[in-house]
Design a protein around this ligand. Structure first.
Ligand SMILES: Nc1ncnc2c1ncn2[C@@H]1O[C@H](COP(=O)(O)OP(=O)(O)O)[C@@H](O)[C@H]1O
Ligand SMILES: [Mg+2]
Length: 335
């Protein structure tokens, strides 16, 4: 019988652990209930299994190999290659003190993204309608029966770390208009689908990034969505917020983060790269999708930690407030 050596903390409804076989070999197992919460549990887990299988064949060395998958009573599981000498990229970047360390990581990141995103798949801009329906409106609807969420919705203004912001639901129409107006480059590609820093492993000595935890539920498989998920980590500091607890009193949300040179510096590099490579419309789409990441995660947060659901709804509201100002400063018309 294989033995559990360690259980990893993760943000999803599936469980991840390190295991050892009878023959001493280590592997990572991701398992999920076949009964409970199938939409946000099993369906996501299944999309990950299929992406890992296909991407290991298409992009050798970029993702962990799937060793086996199956079912054990009411649990589905898959086992993947374990990277013993790798460190989680969020942990690594957060503690970096030197430009050169982050520069090396950034070069590797852009390199693997260019491999993954090489294939161009023609698509159409109307797909944004489906994205907004599924990833924004449906996700908000999924939370709308939750008591804590309903209670928070009664405020006409949110104070996020002292800054005033209109609640996201009250600016949803503006948000949708801007998304449809700016999404004019509808080319798609092979994406990771959840490419945040916590979903990358880094082998420092080899300057090698391994991508873990991909998902199939992006609707729009755009490189712009991929950049929005990187910004979710570096610009909106998802992981740093997610591992801490906010204070929420009435409409006031407070959570102060420690400074991280590595995260700030990587953020500058990513933003500069996006601005140098893409049009202004594409840049705005990346920033709009960055906000959408915090809305589409709300039902998962509702399932694992309600206070995080309120916090990330507040963060999305605050981020749209900032983006509206930036959009106008860039010469965009009033929305
Ligand atoms: N193949 C692997 N090798 C080494 N560590 C891994 C591997 N897969 C996952 N981990 C560790 O487990 C953590 C959670 O894995 P992840 O697939 O991101 O789960 P979740 O869906 O819960 O976010 C990762 O942050 C990483 O530290
Ligand atoms: Mg993960």
């Amino acid at each position: 019988m294989a033995k559990v050596i360690r259980t990893y903390k993760g943000g999803s409804l599936s469980a991840t652990c390190l295991m050892r076989n009878e023959d001493g070999k280590l592997f990572v197992r991701k398992s999920v209930s076949l009964i409970e919460n199938r939409e946000y549990g099993f369906q996501r887990w299944y999309s990950q299994l299929k992406r890992l299988q296909r991407y290991s064949a298409l992009f050798p060395g970029l993702f962990p190999r799937v060793i086996r998958f199956g079912k054990d009573n009411e649990i589905a599981y898959f086992d993947i290659e374990y990277f013993e000498s790798a460190i989680n990229a969020q942990e690594y970047i957060e503690q970096c003190q030197q430009d050169s360390e982050v520069d090396e990581f950034f070069i590797s990141l852009i390199n693997i993204m260019s491999i993954l995103h090489k294939t161009e798949i023609p698509s159409n801009a109307e797909s944004m309608e489906l994205y907004l329906n599924e990833e924004i409106e449906q996700r908000l609807k999924d939370c709308s029966k939750n008591k804590a969420f309903i209670d928070f919705l009664k405020y006409e203004e949110i104070l996020f770390n002292g800054t005033k912001a209109k609640p996201f639901l009250s600016v949803l129409d503006e948000y949708k208009i801007l998304c449809k107006q700016c999404y004019v480059s509808p080319t798609e590609t092979f994406t990771h689908g959840n490419i945040t820093l916590e979903n990358m492993l880094y082998v420092v000595g080899e300057k090698r990034i391994i991508l873990i935890d991909p998902y199939e539920e992006n609707i729009i498989d755009s490189v712009l969505a991929e950049y929005s998920q990187l910004l979710q980590s570096t610009n909106s500091k998802y992981e740093m917020y997610n591992c801490r607890n906010a204070t929420v009193v009435d409409n006031k949300i407070v959570l102060t983060l420690p400074k991280s040179f590595g995260i700030e510096y990587l953020n500058e590099k990513i933003l500069q790269h996006i601005r140098n490579t893409y049009s202004q419309n594409d840049y705005i789409v990346v920033r709009l999708l960055e906000i959408s990441q915090f809305i589409r995660m709300l039902p998962f947060k509702m399932a694992v930690d309600e206070s995080k659901m309120i916090f990330f709804y507040g963060l999305a509201s605050y981020l749209f407030e900032l983006l509206r100002e930036e959009y106008i400063a860039l010469g965009g018309s009033e929305i």
